[in-house]
Design a protein around this ligand. Structure first.
Ligand code: ARG
Length: 453
């Protein structure tokens, strides 16, 4: 077995190991995307008459088989093969001979890897987006169920104004929906086909880049080949920054749960399945799941920081440093999937102790509400504020709680859940529509006969 680029010069085993790094293992997950991209490339070559139709068909059929076997974990990239690109070309050449040796015409591993990564990231984004949408629905269900259950709202970790479990849980549904909308913008960046950039400068061949882009379901061609190379890293960073931002939403929820489930608060409690015990203190049930999930949100920011370092500090065009982007990208995606998976199960299981929260809402919590009420009946707000402060100091403050509900849009009395649900639904429809589009395109790459082109 030999490298694609080998020309009979001596190779040092340790140096080879260093340059290959973790690529054989990391590239396992790119195999089926690399096969799909290669099939589209073969079809395009046939379309512009750089490849015989029967060769293209044989390549596509074998690539479909490779893709299916790769999904079953039946193809293992060896260290000698370096990467998924070499493994695939070797399989094609071993089985098809000449036709296999023709597939790399008009491309380089530089644009090939960017394409495989882009196809992979597109799918990963949709998967994670669907999980985020499911979790947002979970939060929205809790919010609707407990819309009328009041709880203290805190600023500076000090009681501030009355809030509700509806507002609290609804905030995470809204935050996740915002992050989903931001992920749609990331998808738009990924939605341009890099293939045809080759090593970064195009090739002297009549490639039809728009044809490949359309086959693979991209909205457009990423036209400038130098930009194709220069965008490697920025796209990874945009996606993982999106996940880190999603983590910021989740981290606040997790922190709140750790806090509000303390015996001193007791506003929420975790089912036993989500807690663990102590080896020494028999009475303990610890919120380890919540704490680990919280730590994972910080890890996501760590992966984003790593990608930022790796993407920066390079001049234009391809450099091997770019290979190192794969590990933090894949780790961040795996981590986000795990994190969302656990939260999708935790949120509906969370027990809301409405009575404890109601009991924690003391009269002082209504001070600003009372000042608003006085102001509404004509007193200038500043005077009303002072009057309430005076009553509190004198120990005579007795707010009329029933009359004090925030009824404007977004307040505890009018939380606007239907508006939020509408936005979430729009994001879900985008996810489903985009997924269906990609599946249709993939079907077409594998099964369209290339003979008549
Ligand atoms: N494993 C390489 C990467 O991820 C593939 C491209 C190799 N290209 C090259 N010019 N050495 O970047």
């Amino acid at each position: 077995m030999s490298m694609l680029w080998e020309k009979g010069l001596p190779l040092d085993a340790a140096i080879h190991r260093f340059t290959v790094g973790d690529d054989p293992g990391l590239d396992q997950r790119l195999l089926c995307f690399d096969a799909l991209g290669s099939a589209a490339h073969a079809r395009m070559l046939a379309h512009v008459r750089l490849l015989a139709p029967q060769d293209a068909q044989a390549l596509v059929d074998l690539l479909a088989d490779i893709s299916a076997r790769a999904r079953q974990g039946e193809i293992v990239i060896s260290a000698a093969q370096e990467d998924s690109h070499t493994a695939i070309e070797m399989l094609l050449t071993a089985r098809l001979g000449e036709a296999g040796k023709r597939i790399h015409l008009g491309r380089s591993r530089n644009d090939q890897v960017i394409l495989a990564l882009r196809l992979y990231m597109r799918t990963a984004l949709l998967d994670i987006g669907s999980q985020a949408a499911e979790l947002a629905q979970g939060f929205l269900a809790v919010a609707r169920r407990h819309a009328a259950d009041i709880m203290p709202g805190y600023t500076h970790l000090r009681p501030a104004m009355p809030s509700s479990f509806g507002l609290w849980a609804g905030a995470f549904a809204a935050g996740l929906t915002e992050e989903l909308q931001a992920l749609q913008a990331v998808y738009a960046r990924l939605d341009r086909c890099p293939l045809g950039a080759a090593a970064g400068f195009g090739v002297p061949l009549p490639l039809d880049r728009e044809y490949t882009a359309k086959l693979l379901g991209f909205a457009a061609v990423q036209v400038n080949p130098v930009d194709v190379m220069n965008s490697r890293g920025r796209h990874e960073l945009a996606l993982v920054n999106g996940l880190a931002s999603l983590g910021l939403v989740l981290e606040k929820f997790l922190w709140d749960v750790a806090l509000y489930s303390m015996p001193e608060f007791g506003f929420v409690s975790l089912p036993d399945a989500f807690t663990t015990g102590s080896s020494i203190m028999p009475q303990k049930r610890n919120p380890d799941v919540v704490e680990l999930a919280r730590g994972r949100c910080r890890e996501l920011r760590g992966h984003a920081a790593m990608l930022q370092q790796l993407a920066a500090g390079l001049p234009s065009n391809y450099h091997r440093d770019l290979q190192l982007l794969k590990a933090p990208l894949f780790e961040a995606l795996d981590l986000a999937r795990d994190l969302l998976d656990v939260l999708i199960r935790l949120v509906p299981a969370l027990r809301i102790n409405a009575e404890r929260a109601r009991a924690a809402c003391g009269d002082d919590l209504y001070a600003a509400h009372e000042a608003c009420r006085l102001a509404q009946s004509g007193t200038p707000f500043r005077d009303a504020y002072k009057e309430v402060a005076r009553q509190i100091q004198a120990g005579s403050f007795k707010p009329d709680r029933a009359a004090l509900s925030a009824t404007h849009l977004g307040g505890a009395g009018h939380p606007g859940f239907d508006l939020m649900a509408g936005e979430l639904k729009a994001a879900e429809q985008w996810l489903a529509g985009t997924r269906a589009h990609l599946e249709g395109c993939e079907e077409n790459v594998w099964h369209k006969r290339s003979g008549g082109e």
